[in-house]
Ligand binder design. Sequence first.
Ligand SMILES: C[S@@+](CC[C@H](N)C(=O)[O-])C[C@H]1O[C@@H](n2cnc3c(N)ncnc32)[C@H](O)[C@@H]1O
Length: 222
Amino acid sequence: MKKTIDEHAERFSEKAEEYDESKSPEYRACADLVVEHAAPDAGDTVLDLGCGTGAIALALAPDAGEQSSPSGRSQADHAERVIGRDISEGMLEQAERKAADRGLGGVEFDEGRFREPNVPDDADVDVVTTNFAMHHLSDAEKREAIDEVAALEPDRFVLGDVMFFDEPDPAEPFYSPEVDDPATVGVLSDALTDAGFALTAVEMVHEQVGVLAAERVPDADG
Ligand SMILES: C[S@@+](CC[C@H](N)C(=O)[O-])C[C@H]1O[C@@H](n2cnc3c(N)ncnc32)[C@H](O)[C@@H]1O
């Protein structure tokens, strides 16, 4: 990580109020694909890591209705319970405010980080999502985070983020080398496979943005 957790948290809290205002078409497409691939069943529990102001968590929340996706596209699938976790108090406050404004229940936000997600004891996580957040971690930290996700034994993990399908190019949009540390698609795919996931979809939104969907391979002993 190029900044400490506290530095990242402070950076995001400072821009939390304006965060939703300027989103690129690629960000929206990525978020929509994360929601689409998450496809929770009605009784599922979803954990959204690096939830920010709630783009993914709120779209998947129970009662989120048909206008809930980040691009306003219709989304049919909603979980029973959605747990959003982030390191930034300011971003979490925005997510909570939006949930209240929309009258959404079944969605809860609190402090939690990729490698210490702070999952409530009574939660049995079926689907883990993350969008545009994991690129703050180094490749080794991403591996640890993916192992942490695998330990929760979800059926599915959907990872949308800045990721390199080709040579990294900081002149292109989507990341700042001083604060961000995106991985190649190969590094992320290997980490998912090594953690016991099988890739079910690789979606390229841009040469530097993509979504990986993965299902957990059941243990050989069931
Ligand atoms: C670019 S925002 C994306 C927010 C949201 N997922 C979305 O799609 O709009 C990145 C978020 O990741 C959070 N974040 C950064 N490092 C994190 C970590 N180690 N654990 C949890 N969240 C983290 C930041 O606080 C920020 O809210």
